[in-house]
Design a protein around this ligand. Structure first.
Ligand code: MG
Ligand code: MG
Length: 253
């Protein structure tokens, strides 16, 4: 899973590197897909069952699109924010991760949303300690997000991940301290805060996959696959050492 996560991080970095005004959402998908292919991997997103089989290796979701955006010919514009979610299957094990980034210069409000969503992810990861309840993790994400004035979706959640992308347990972005399963060493869970500026309500666009905020307000999404270890949480979907990074943006948020 560590190797799946490392390759997934490389794929996301490749997608991030092509983000600029004029790039298409399909360009981001192609960059990520190329990395997966180079390593002999593939994305579990492709063909994922739904209203029709999911047609791409990544989700690329722009502005009000929260998750599950289908990459294609849409051109990114200066000031947009774009979320990229990618999965990687390496020797039958899965990594799943996502980030949101600005296109060119973005508003302070958009940057604060992005920073808060990333911060909420790390607030949750910090609680991924053996003996904690999953509710402690969910609550930390909720408190961090709502405490800064944002909404978290109730309809889409993080999840266990292993030989399949979506395994139990569900890991919601809201919850109660002391509730839910007790975390044990060896568990691997994808945490994925999905934040919205104006509402927690969402709806699915006519393409039957893309999830949008109900009011058209901005949204952001971050995700890592985490292992619970004897030494605390280990981030698997990274090219780094798996520790929680120190973030300079923390004070600004
Ligand atoms: Mg994902
Ligand atoms: Mg996921």
């Amino acid at each position: 899973m560590r190797e799946a996560g490392r390759i997934n991080a490389e794929a996301l970095a490749a997608a991030r590197a092509v983000i600029r005004p004029g790039a298409t959402t399909g360009d981001l998908n192609a960059a990520a897909e190329e990395v997966l292919r180079k390593h002999g991997c593939y994305s579990p997103f492709k063909g994922y069952p739904g209203p029709y089989p999911y047609p791409a290796s990544t989700n690329v979701s722009v502005n009000h699109e929260l998750v599950h955006g289908i990459p294609g010919k849409r051109k990114l514009k200066e000031g947009d924010i774009v979320s990229v979610d990618c999965g990687c299957v390496y020797e039958e094990f899965v990594g799943d991760a996502a980030f949101t980034a600005g296109v060119g210069e973005i508003s302070k409000e958009a940057q604060r949303l992005i920073d808060t969503t990333e911060g909420a992810l790390y607030a949750g990861i910090e609680k991924m300690v053996a003996g904690n309840h999953l509710g402690d993790v969910s609550h930390a994400i909720q408190e961090y997000s709502e405490g800064r004035g944002y909404f978290v979706t109730r309809e889409y959640t993080g999840h266990g991940v292993g030989r399949r992308m979506h395994e139990g347990p569900m890991a919601p972005n809201f919850g109660t301290v002391g509730k839910g399963i007790v975390l044990k060493v060896g568990m691997t869970i994808a945490l994925e805060p999905m934040l919205l500026v104006g509402t927690e309500e969402t709806y699915v666009l006519p393409d039957q996959w893309t999830v949008s905020s109900a009011d058209g307000s901005l949204t952001a999404h971050y995700e890592h696959t985490i292992a619970v270890t004897e030494n605390g949480p280990l981030i698997l979907t990274t090219q780094g050492d798996g520790s929680i990074p120190r973030r300079n943006s923390e004070e600004k948020v």
